[in-house]
Design a protein around this ligand. Structure first.
Ligand code: SAH
Length: 370
């Protein structure tokens, strides 16, 4: 099957590597995501185990459509009964560019009609509700119509453990991606001195325990009549059997006691509270624990932009000074909103990753401390 991974802009390269490591075929990075191919087993396995993908679409059909009747007829040829069980609702998302058919509302309606008519021949009726929805994506460009079905359901970054979050929390997929980009190894000490709702710490603990990210997720494909439950069970059993309990050194801290409490609750919900040590602390006063023999990794996501009025550069300067003094030999990743904050940090960048976060581009800057 032709497949497409929707990803947060900036994570494409990491998703490309992740897909290859999950045995996807024909992996090609394109705008807004990564295309690949694989069997239904691969759809199940990658949904369950990917940490960086937002959702996975299956390409169902690609054809030329110059009129609404043509669109309707070609869409009706798709075997929808393999994907839509009785009683499911549809959410159809259509975009049209440089084409004869430019009215996305009418395009959606034509697709909905074709689906409903085909499904009713199979004794399946569709509902019209906001729950229990199957998403369908239509893209018409230069009269070429591409029809995809979502296999993931809720976005995969919604892992279900974040009961609470501070303002503008980092997405789970982005946190996991940054850990992967920094090549964090579970035997390396990890400090998260501005942990907020605990996303980095929890993602690291899940990675350290080889726990699949999607074990609690309600995937759209679980509703598909074509799913073979025994094969899905096999994928699940294999993923569950990978779980390990290594000893991890993950320290999460934050200056704000209320946020820290939320982080603890989130970690408990994720089932990893026992492998993270939480403490309230100002990053400016953070010191290396003496029992740590080896240098480790620090990831920090300071407040910036509208979360801190005007004073971000001075906070970045304090962070840079403190880290240089107290953590010689450690590796550090800091999220920076702009060049001013990066230069205030006063630490030489080894490499940068540009990611879209909360609608804005930010940079993750990797520095190493002499
Ligand atoms: N990654 C987090 C968001 C971090 S927001 C998430 O996903 O939720 C930045 C955090 O830095 C906030 O929680 C704030 O309380 C904390 N912070 C601000 N100044 C600090 C300081 N001087 N020392 C430690 N933490 C600080």
């Amino acid at each position: 099957m032709g497949l497409f991974a929707v990803v947060v802009p900036g994570l494409e390269g990491l998703v490309e590597d992740e897909l290859k490591s999950l045995s996807a075929h024909d992996v090609v990075r394109i705008e807004g995501g990564v295309s690949f191919s694989g069997s239904m087993d691969a759809v199940c396995r990658i949904n369950l185990r990917s940490r960086c993908i937002t959702r996975i679409l299956i390409r169902l059909a690609k054809f030329k459509a110059l009129s609404f009747p043509e669109l309707y007829n070609k869409c009706k040829k798709i075997p929808w009964e393999q994907y839509i069980p009785d009683g499911r609702s549809l959410r159809i998302n259509a975009t049209c560019h440089s084409s004869r058919l430019m009215h996305s509302g009418r395009v959606s309606q034509a697709i909905r009609d074709a689906m409903a008519d085909r499904l009713s021949q199979h004794g399946v009726s569709i509902q019209d509700s906001d729950d229990n929805v199957q998403r369908i994506f239509i893209r018409i460009e230069h009269d070429q119509c591409l029809i995809s079905i979502d296999s993931s359901g809720e976005r995969l970054d919604r892992r279900g453990y974040r009961l609470h979050s501070g303002r503008a929390p980092i997405r789970e997929t982005v946190a996991a991606g940054i850990l992967q980009w920094m090549v964090w190894q579970p035997d390396t000490p990890l400090l998260l001195p501005m942990c907020g709702s605990g996303t980095f710490a929890i993602e690291a603990a899940l990675i350290g325990q080889h726990r699949s990210a999607g074990l609690e997720h309600e995937f759209a494909f679980l509703h598909w009549p074509m799913l073979k439950p025994r094969r899905w069970q096999r994928v699940l059993d294999k993923a569950s059997a990978m779980k390990k309990s290594p000893s991890l050194h993950i320290e999460a801290s934050d200056i704000d006691p209320a946020i820290l409490q939320q982080a603890v609750a989130n970690a408990e919900k994720a089932g990893v509270a026992d492998c993270i040590s939480f403490s309230q602390q100002d990053i400016r006063l953070m010191h290396r624990q003496l029992e740590l023999q080896r240098p480790g990794l620090i990831i920090c996501n300071p407040p910036y932009g509208d979360r801190i009025k005007g004073d971000a550069p001075s906070l970045y300067k304090d962070i840079g000074t403190g880290l240089r003094k107290n953590f010689p030999g450690w590796r550090v990743a800091v999220i920076v909103p702009d060049k001013t904050c990066e230069s205030s940090l006063g630490l030489p960048a080894v490499k940068r990753l540009k990611i879209k976060h909360g609608g804005k581009w930010v940079w993750v800057v990797q520095v190493s401390l002499p």
